[in-house]
Design a protein around this ligand. Structure first.
Ligand SMILES: [Ca+2]
Ligand SMILES: [Ca+2]
Length: 77
């Protein structure tokens, strides 16, 4: 029983740290594109990344002309 509990905790910790590293990865990519650090990626800022630039309208799900971190994360970039 003790061993099973330890394994359960290990799995939880592993899952949590995997989630955290995924989130910070998206954050890094977002920050790299957000040249003026206003928390939004404009179309001209997106030019630095071909994938983001070509899919700009797709990623900008609310269609306000800028990509927020939430929109960026939602497409899994
Ligand atoms: Ca910006
Ligand atoms: Ca938007």
């Amino acid at each position: 029983m003790k061993t099973n509990n330890k394994l359960g905790i290990l799995f939880t910790v592993a899952a949590l740290s995997a989630g955290i590293s995924f989130a910070s990865q998206a954050n890094e990519g977002f920050k790299a594109l957000d040249a003026n650090e206003d928390g939004m990626i404009t179309k001209s800022e997106a030019e630095a990344n071909e994938t983001v630039f070509e899919n700009f309208e797709l990623i900008d799900s609310d269609g306000n002309g800028t990509i927020s971190l939430e929109e960026y994360e939602a497409v899994g970039l």
